[in-house]
Design a binder for this molecule. Structure first.
Ligand code: SF4
Length: 274
C-alpha cells in the first residue's frame, strides 16, 4: 500500500478497516522492497489507497523491476492518463476496478467520473505497446447492486478487450473493514451469478474468487506495518522494519497461501490475488 490517500470513497473498499498510517520517506519504501525481495518474494502488487497519488511510484516500480520482481498495479484509473508514460514501462500487470456497465450504474460502487476514466485507460492500453504489453485485468466486485448488470458489463468488456491480454476477475464481496448490508450477497448466490457469467462469455477469460481469503495476503502499509486478513478482520503482524516485532512463521504461512501450490492445496485459485 504505497499510500493510504485516495480520491474516492467507494462503498466496497477494503481499506477503511485499517488504521491511519504516516508515509515513511521514499528511501525507506525502497528498503521495504529490498527486504521483501531478500525474503524471497517474487511478485508485488502496488496498491493503496490510490497508488497513482504517490509521486514516487515510478521510482518504486523501477526499483522493484531492477530486483527482478514481477510488478502489478491496482488502480482506479483517475490519474492514469497523466502518469501513463512514467508508469507503464515498469509494470507487468494492471488491475482496474469496474463495477457497472454505464457511468450511472458504476457510480453505485465508485465515484463520479471513474467509469469514463476506465474506458479511457483501456483505450490507452490498447495502443500502449511496446511500453506495455502485460496482462490487463478488470476487477468487478459482485454485489447485490450489480449482479443483474454482469451481462451488460460482459458485453462492454467484450468490445473493450480487443487487442489486449485480458482477464475479468469476479470478486466475492467480503465486508472486510466495514460491513455494508446493501452490497452483501451470500457466497452461494455469488457463485451462481459468477458461473452464469462465465458460461455466457466463453470468449473472455473469467476468474472467480473463492469465499475466503484468510491469511492469503500480506499488506504492507506506508509506514511498514504489516497486516493480513482473517474472516472480515485485519490482523496486525508487526512492522517490516522491526524483525523482532513479528513471527516469521506467520509470514511463511501467508507465503504458502500465496504460492500456486499452496493456494491449490487450500482450494484457492492458483493466481487469485486481488
Ligand atoms: S478507489 Fe480503491 S482505494 Fe480508493 S476508495 Fe475506491 S476501492 Fe478504496
Amino acid at each position: 500500500m504505497v499510500t493510504r490517500e485516495c480520491d474516492m470513497r467507494c462503498g466496497i473498499c477494503w481499506s477503511f478497516g485499517l488504521p491511519p498510517a504516516q508515509s515513511v520517506p521514499v528511501a525507506q519504501k525502497l528498503e521495504m522492497i529490498d527486504i521483501v525481495h531478500a525474503d524471497g518474494v517474487r511478485k508485488v502488487i502496488f496498491t493503496g489507497g490510490e497508488p497513482l497519488l504517490e509521486a514516487a511510484l515510478p521510482e518504486l516500480l523501477r526499483h522493484a523491476k531492477s530486483k527482478g520482481l514481477e510488478t502489478w498495479l491496482f488502480t482506479n484509473c483517475m490519474h492514469m492518463r497523466e502518469r501513463q508514460a512514467e508508469i507503464l514501462p515498469h509494470i507487468d500487470r494492471i488491475s482496474i476496478s469496474l463495477d457497472g456497465s454505464t457511468a450511472r450504474r458504476n457510480r453505485k460502487a465508485h465515484g463520479k467520473g471513474q467509469f469514463e476514466r476506465v474506458l479511457d485507460t483501456l483505450a490507452m492500453l490498447r495502443t500502449a505497446e511496446p511500453e506495455f504489453a502485460g496482462v490487463v485485468q478488470v476487477l468487478t466486485v459482485v454485489t447485490r447492486k450489480n449482479k443483474r448488470d454482469l451481462k451488460r458489463i460482459g458485453k462492454l468488456l467484450r468490445e473493450q478487450k480487443q487487442g489486449l491480454r485480458f482477464r475479468w476477475k469476479l470478486n466475492f464481496y467480503l465486508p472486510i473493514g466495514r460491513f455494508n448490508r446493501r452490497y452483501q450477497l451470500e457466497y452461494r448466490k455469488f457463485r451462481q451469478w459468477a458461473d452464469r457469467t462465465e458460461a455466457r462469455f466463453p470468449d473472455i477469460k473469467v476468474y472467480v474468487s473463492p469465499p475466503v481469503h484468510d491469511r492469503a495476503y500480506l499488506f504492507i502499509m506506508p509506514d511498514g506495518a504489516m497486516y493480513t486478513t482473517e474472516g472480515a478482520k485485519y490482523v496486525c503482524l508487526g512492522n517490516i522494519f522491526e524483525r523482532s516485532s513479528y513471527e516469521v512463521e506467520a509470514l511463511h504461512e501467508i507465503e504458502v497461501n500465496m504460492t500456486k501450490k499452496g493456494r491449490l492445496k487450500r482450494g484457492l485459485p492458483e493466481d487469485g490475488l486481488g
